[in-house]
Design a protein around this ligand. Structure first.
Ligand code: SIN
Length: 430
């Protein structure tokens, strides 16, 4: 039986683990905090996918390529959009209750740079949490060995291929749960290792990422000489509550989903002017990099102070707006009010913040990397689906599609004993 170690427990790692078990592997899943503490849990807006008859894979492909600013790999994007619906249906079977209307149909959400409202959400703005919860339940109920509180120290490389991982077990995770006092080194041997360690937002002073997003996977890969690419492509989310509350007290930055602008909220400068109208025909729903860059320029012109996100006009009356915001965006509504703003009555301050790592470990369409036996899936990987700018809500989809692809091929790859150089990796080069 092929022994596989999956490192990371967001949507990509959990999906890879479930698919690897289904393809006959013995799987150990290693995570540096508790199983459900990953970037996935914080994803608000949703998961994009072609789930409606009047949408098409061609349209999703087109939107993704345009947002990626000409630097995406069309074959990778085709795999993403064509296999996305099957993965979303799988999530529904696994118990993810995407929001539905009174008629039982899935509710459509619009986000920036999508030509069709193809973003599904759960719990209003708690999509990632719903997905993480369902997948964690499945993994806990299945045949996966789980090792929590285990920090990835290094990949073990022998004879030109990965043969396992070195871990610090019972290590304190940054900002994570309390752990035992005696951290110890442990080596897990494996025929294949799937890295799904997520992003590295904690490299930046202002980020939407949780404290665990410290780039350990890509760092271990670099130390092992694995090819990486596009490391300069870090996406900034345009609308994040600043690191203070209304009374000036310190508070953690907090993401205000693009779905809020999808519902009609607009951006204003300090004078109340809708500046995005001058910049792009899609105004506040222009691609994310355009909106974030424009906000940074406007902030620079007004002494560094945040711009304003105005959701006050989403419904005809303030009362209706207030109940709509609470129902559609319960998590954000709670965070905004906790920080002392009533966003049904007044625009709220927002700034861009580091959000998503589009570069990463060079991976082919099945997650294979330049190091035989090593796969990379999800945010740690650079499969080419995002180019220079990820389309909103394509990240959960990427984790599901490429996590499954890697899990599906790992046994066959190990049996074949060969490692195709399909992506033309520059071995060891960044
Ligand atoms: C958001 O809800 O705006 C974030 C979703 C994403 O990054 O795709």
């Amino acid at each position: 039986m092929t022994a596989v170690v999956v490192v990371g427990s967001g949507i990509a790692g959990l999906t890879a683990a479930l698919h690897a078990v289904a393809s006959g592997c013995h799987v150990t899943l290693v995570t540096k905090d508790v199983l459900d503490h990953a970037n996935t849990r914080y994803a608000q807006g949703g998961i994009a996918g072609v789930m409606f008859d009047d949408d098409s894979a061609a349209a999703h492909l087109h939107d993704t390529l345009v947002a990626g600013a000409g630097l995406s790999d069309p074959d990778a994007v085709r795999a993403l959009v064509e296999e996305g619906p099957a993965r979303i249906r799988e999530l529904i079977e696994e118990g993810v209750a995407f929001d539905r209307g009174p008629d039982g149909a899935l509710v459509k959400g619009l986000e920036a740079a999508h030509s069709y409202p193809r973003v599904l959400h759960a719990g209003g703005d708690a999509t990632g949490s719903a997905i993480e919860h369902a997948l964690v339940e499945r993994v806990r109920a299945g045949a996966v060995r789980i090792v929590e509180h285990a920090f990835l120290v290094d990949l073990v490389v022998d004879g030109g291929r990965v043969t396992g991982v070195d871990l610090l077990v019972d290590a304190p995770a940054p900002g994570g749960s309390p752990v035992g006092e005696t951290a110890r080194r442990e080596r897990l041997k494996a025929d294949a290792v799937i890295l799904a360690t997520g992003g590295a937002g904690q490299l930046y002073a202002h980020t939407t990422n949780p404290p665990v997003a410290t780039g350990d996977g890509i760092a271990a890969a670099l130390r092992a000489g694995v090819a990486v690419v596009d490391l300069e492509f870090f996406q900034f989310h345009p609308t994040v509550l600043p690191a203070h509350s209304a009374d000036g007290a310190a508070a953690a930055p907090f993401l205000v989903s693009e779905a809020v602008r999808g519902e009609g909220a607009v951006l204003r400068d300090e004078q109340g002017r809708r500046f995005m109208l001058d910049v792009h025909p899609d105004a506040e729903l222009a691609p994310r990099d355009v909106v974030a860059r424009t906000i940074a320029d406007v902030m620079a012109s007004q002494g560094g102070r945040p711009v304003l996100l105005d959701a006050t006009g989403l419904r005809p009356t303030r009362k209706q707006t207030s109940s709509f915001l609470a129902r559609r965006f319960p998590t954000i509504d709670g965070a905004v009010r906790e920080r002392g703003w009533d966003w049904s009555r007044e625009p709220i301050p927002v700034t861009p913040a580091a959000h998503y790592f589009m570069g990463g470990i060079t991976a082919d369409l099945f997650g294979r990397t330049s190091l035989p036996g090593l796969y990379a899936v999800g945010e740690v990987a650079r499969t080419g689906v995002h180019g220079a700018n990820r389309l909103a809500s394509n990240s959960l989809l990427e984790g599901a599609v490429f996590g499954a692809r890697a899990g599906d091929v790992v046994t066959a790859d190990a049996r074949a004993g060969a490692w195709p150089d399909t992506a033309g990796f520059a071995r060891g080069a960044a």
